[in-house]
Ligand binder design. Structure first.
Ligand SMILES: [Ca+2]
Length: 430
């Protein structure tokens, strides 16, 4: 997945490496100092990781729509533009009053009221380190008791030093216009980590994915297996950021107690399966090997020891090994999944229990973004996978079900759009 590389390459440039030189990377004095402060290197040497190829084509302009499609289970759906004018949005949340909050990677929180995007970003957001495609302002989640406490959670990369940031979660109180009483509830003490998603579980706990370095030398990529490091992990936290006492590794020597699961690569999808109560996660593999996983406490999902993908320069990984959880679904070639939701609404009866997954790019080729729909049997075994919206050639960053039972998508472009999927025929009113 090239976005990881781009992200890291920019990070390398920020860190001051002279990339053209042969031999070990040359660190600036400032970066050497940082390397002493943090247990893992804050730079990655990525020369030669991916064979050089042609420069990718940009995504074409979206157009104004609407577009009509039919799917295997649900005919005559309409995709329309709710708003454009966003810049690399990451996630969205629906407020009870019908407005929609949208995070943008560069650090802005936008609000859409009555279908109109406010040109002024929402106040109360933090300083972020936005770098490449995998760092900046990331996910947004409402507290399960939002109606009472008005708490909103944002995950972001908190700047600690030039070019160095920690995956963090803040909580603010929504006053109807802005975030107030903003405070960090969680700041990772491990740096040089990638994107994050957050979601509340049925148990009221906040689950947070922290992507590990997806490419680079073993010392970086292997961090997903290090039990005293939050890179490549899913965390389970209380709503105040503390560690719940029933986490799987509490009290175990050599383990960070916030860890819920380990051995992940770059998790861009984290969702509560409302039918089973489980937390489901998907992650970008390398060249092939994206995975959809069902998270079970304390389990190891194998990266970078096992993967159904190939390394970027061609060799295969061992696909599986004892002691590692198997993915429920995997993708070869990669679709660079981002965003995950389970459809529960009434507007598309044929889509109930389906998982929807955004895709940024298929088969290491741009621009091939899409929306995938996965159909399961009663045992949550995959029956079908349908690829939608490919002809739009947009990178799909997130997909969510709205309170009206429509699906909402964010494109990862600049300008980017919020799209809505609904039936062609309006819902009959009684
Ligand atoms: Ca795996």
């Amino acid at each position: 997945m090239k976005v990881t590389l781009i992200s890291a390459l920019i990070g390398v440039a920020v860190a001051g490496i002279v990339a053209a030189q042969q031999g070990p990377p040359q660190l600036s004095p400032a970066t050497e100092e940082l390397a002493k402060r943090f247990p893992y290197p804050v730079i990655r040497d990525l020369r030669g990781v991916i064979p050089r190829g042609p420069r990718p084509l940009p995504s074409p302009p979206l157009g104004s729509g609407p577009w009509v499609y039919s799917t295997f289970e649900q005919r005559d759906i309409k995709v329309s533009v709710v708003t454009t004018g966003l810049s690399h949005p990451w996630s969205l949340a629906f407020l009870p009053d019908g407005s929609i909050l949208i995070t943008e990677r560069a650090g802005r929180l936008r609000i859409l009221r009555n279908g109109v995007l406010d040109p002024t970003p929402v106040a109360g957001t933090p300083q972020v380190l936005s770098r490449g495609t995998m760092a900046g302002l990331m996910d947004i989640a409402l507290h399960p008791d939002f109606a009472q406490n008005k708490w909103i959670y944002l995950s972001y990369h908190k700047p600690l030093a030039p070019g160095v940031a920690a995956n963090s979660v803040l909580r603010g109180t929504w006053d109807g216009k802005a975030l107030t009483d903003v405070r960090d509830v969680f700041v990772s003490d491990d740096v040089d980590t990638e994107a994050s998603r957050i979601v509340f579980g049925k148990d009221g706990m906040l689950y947070m994915g922290i992507g590990g370095p997806g490419t680079g030398p073993h010392v970086s990529v292997d961090r997903a297996q290090h039990t005293n490091d939050l890179a490549g992990k899913v965390l389970r936290l209380r709503d105040d950021g503390g560690v719940p006492p029933d986490n799987p590794f509490v009290g175990k020597t050599g383990y960070k107690p916030a860890i819920f699961t380990l051995g992940h690569r770059v998790q861009l999808g984290l969702a509560l399966n409302p039918y089973t109560g489980e937390i489901w996660e998907h992650e970008n593999g390398p060249n092939g090997g994206d995975e959809l996983n069902v998270l079970k406490p304390g389990r190891n999902y194998g990266w970078p020891i096992v993967s159904y993908g190939r390394d970027y320069n061609g060799p295969r990984f061992p696909p599986s090994a004892p002691g590692f959880e198997e993915p429920l679904v995997f993708w070869v070639p990669s679709i660079a999944p981002s965003g995950l939701t389970f459809y529960t609404g009434e507007r598309f009866p044929g889509w109930k229990r389906n998982a929807f997954v955004g895709g940024l790019r298929e088969g290491e080729v741009a621009p091939t973004g899409q929306l995938q729909r996965i159909v399961f049997n009663d045992n949550w075994e995959e029956l079908r996978r349908e690829s939608l919206l490919r002809d739009l050639h947009q990178r799909i960053r997130d997909v969510r079900q709205g309170p009206d039972g429509s699906l909402y998508l964010l494109t990862d472009e600049d300008p980017a759009a919020l799209l809505r999927i609904e039936p062609v025929a309006p819902t009959p009113t009684a």
